[in-house]
Design a protein around this ligand. Structure first.
Ligand SMILES: Nc1ncnc2c1ncn2[C@@H]1O[C@H](COP(=O)(O)OP(=O)(O)OP(=O)(O)O)[C@@H](O)[C@H]1O
Length: 205
């Protein structure tokens, strides 16, 4: 007897996904089939679990390796963390939260997720309401500034070439779009134009 390949991979991973079990299938002399073991019990438990999930008494099972927030990983190890990021990246989901922190993996290709439709979609939503996005971070900072009347700060960190400048541009794009609500005043281009001047590098000692 062998486990199906998918079952083995799931067992070595973080669990979840489909449930595999061995069942004893017995053919009687009269030709009828009898399932040994606990098939009925298993079906009953599975059905019960499905119903409880539907009623919200049990959490929805997420597809393995697709947690939008790493804080929700059932098992927090370096392997599960990287596995989750890799799996999302393969689906072109370059953004992942760790609580209120946003991880970005540079796709080095254009993704159609920065158009006006996305600006509108992320307008005035709490962080985590929607799929992780740099616009969500900009949006939260913008509305926190208006509501609390306090300056906000977004820290962007990463190694050279990781996409800090690009992320800054997306943040500025969303902030100017929110503040002008469609009225193009050229302020975005003015701020972006100041970027190279502001990018002062400390010389290596
Ligand atoms: N979200 C993104 N979508 C598509 N391409 C991206 C994205 N982020 C970064 N890139 C690509 O990666 C390149 C490098 O990004 P960027 O210049 O922003 O890195 P950086 O962290 O500012 O680098 P440095 O620290 O050296 O200035 C960009 O020219 C762009 O081609």
């Amino acid at each position: 007897m062998l486990w199906p390949r998918g079952a083995l991979e799931q067992r070595s991973g973080s669990g979840g996904g489909e449930d595999y079990r061995f069942l004893l299938r017995q053919k009687n002399l009269d030709g009828s089939i009898h399932y040994g073991g606990s098939l009925q019990m298993w079906l009953r438990v599975t059905e019960e679990r499905r119903r409880m999930t539907e009623r919200g008494l049990l959490p929805q099972e997420e597809v393995r390796g697709d947690h939008a927030d790493l804080c929700c990983l059932p098992e927090l190890t370096e392997h599960s963390l990287l596995d989750n990021l890799r799996s999302r990246f393969r689906q072109e989901r370059i953004y992942t939260y760790v609580g209120s922190i946003l991880i970005v993996i540079n796709p080095f290709q254009f993704l159609p997720i920065y158009n006006p439709k996305y600006v509108k979609m992320y307008d005035n939503h709490a962080l985590g309401d929607l799929e992780p996005h740099i616009y969500a971070v900009a949006d939260v900072a913008y509305h926190a500034m208006l509501q609390r009347r306090r300056n906000q700060c977004i820290v962007i960190s990463g190694e050279s070439g990781s996409g800090k400048t690009q992320s800054t541009n997306f943040l500025i794009h969303h902030l100017t779009a929110l503040s002008q609500k469609g009225f193009a005043s050229g302020v975005e281009q003015i701020i972006l134009g100041a970027g190279p001047v502001l990018e002062v590098r400390t010389p290596m000692q």
